[in-house]
Design a protein around this ligand. Structure first.
Ligand code: ACO
Length: 323
């Protein structure tokens, strides 16, 4: 490692339309009480006119408010719900914001996407390959949901979060350690299949593919693996659990956050939550809550544990120190 990595700016963007549990009661056999008790979610933002590119551009412009886009060397967009299979959302974003000198690519790791992208970018910066990196987590699950399926449609919301990172002297380094893993044998537990055409048929299949989820398996996976990966990443950084000031976890279900806190015997107040307002925004959820609570979380010398989990199945934790 030649350089350290430091956080320069955090930003986010969500669509304007709010859909509450009461709105869902009108179209589904569900109710606010059930959704609140089982998930902690009260409402979510849903794209109408907005798309991935709009959310990417708006969150990135805010993240770059004090920086010239031409100084960005690397853009990684973590997303599993792009409008285009190619070009990447990252290249489309580059074109829109004029980050002409950046290398750009998308990264697909579902709700763990932001964590995988952050590790990836930090390693480029640590090696000295690049100096400034922009990472954006975006997902628009509302386009890939069967709105008649109450077991999935109540969970997701749309949004984007962006972070600007910069290489710095080693003694100012904030990225302390990470633990990542994938469990491809369980890939069928959470899927969105792409549509395709078959030779020699002229028509592309019309039906939109949607989220298929084994909710219980994902729930058990998260509750078992998130504590394990928090501990293994802390161990690599030689930091004790009680030294962590905040645990920023993927916002999927309040009961998952509470179980992780219970398992670790950590005060639940150390697990910030905003899923009541946004639902599960997938790759956007970690930067979204980090940005929303930045005045609380980003205090000098605070130790932060970041964790994501999701389709793949994928899991990852990072230890970060604010300085
Ligand atoms: N409203 C009312 N009743 C419902 C609803 C609903 N929206 N959904 C399910 N039910 C009913 C079920 O039919 C069932 O009824 P039954 O007992 O008569 O059969 C009952 O409620 C209990 O259903 P369960 O599925 O057992 O409910 P559970 O407590 O497991 O909660 C949930 C389901 C919320 C989906 C939970 O399993 C969960 O959060 N799992 C994790 C999902 C997740 O985080 N996915 C995203 C991962 S990130 C990514 O990569 C995209």
């Amino acid at each position: 490692m030649l350089y350290g990595v430091k956080l320069v700016e955090l930003a986010s963007e969500v669509p304007t339309k709010t859909v509450s549990n009461f709105d869902l009661e009108k179209i589904l056999d569900t109710n606010d009480q059930w959704i609140t008790d089982r998930t902690g979610i009260k409402e979510r933002r849903i794209c109408e006119k907005e798309d991935s590119l709009y959310l990417a551009v708006e969150s990135s412009r805010k993240a770059l408010k004090n920086n010239d886009p031409k100084e960005i060397d690397l853009i990684i967009v973590a997303t599993s719900t792009p409008e285009y299979l190619y070009p990447s959302t990252a290249c489309r974003l580059q074109g829109e914001i004029g980050a002409d000198n950046a290398v750009c690519f998308d990264l697909s790791a579902a709700c763990t996407g932001f964590i995988f992208a952050l590790v990836n970018a930090c390693q480029f910066l640590q090696l000295g390959t690049f100096k400034k990196a922009l990472i954006v987590g975006i997902d628009i699950h509302s386009r890939f949901i069967n709105w008649a399926d109450r077991s999935t449609s109540i969970l997701f919301g749309d949004g984007a979060g962006a972070i600007l990172l910069e290489a710095c002297p080693l003694e100012e380094n904030q990225f302390l350690s990470h633990s990542l893993a994938c469990y491809g044998k369980a890939w069928t537990d959470l899927t969105i299949k792409t549509t395709y055409s078959n030779f020699p048929n002229a028509d592309i299949q019309k039906n939109v593919e949607v989220v298929q989820m084994n909710g219980k398996k994902i729930y058990q996976f998260a509750v078992q693996k998130v504590p394990e990966f928090i501990l293994s990443s802390l161990n690599k950084a030689n930091i004790k659990l009680e030294e962590v000031d905040y645990f920023i976890c993927h916002q999927a279900n309040q009961r998952i956050l509470d179980s992780v806190a219970d398992k670790l015997k950590v005060d639940k107040n150390k697990f910030p939550s905003n899923m009541a307002k946004y639902g599960n925004t997938s790759a956007a959820s970690i930067p979204l809550i980090w940005e929303e609570k930045k005045n609380l979380i980003n205090q000098k010398n605070n130790i932060i544990s970041l964790s994501g989990f999701g389709a793949g199945l994928t899991i990852g934790s990072i230890v970060w120190k604010i300085n």
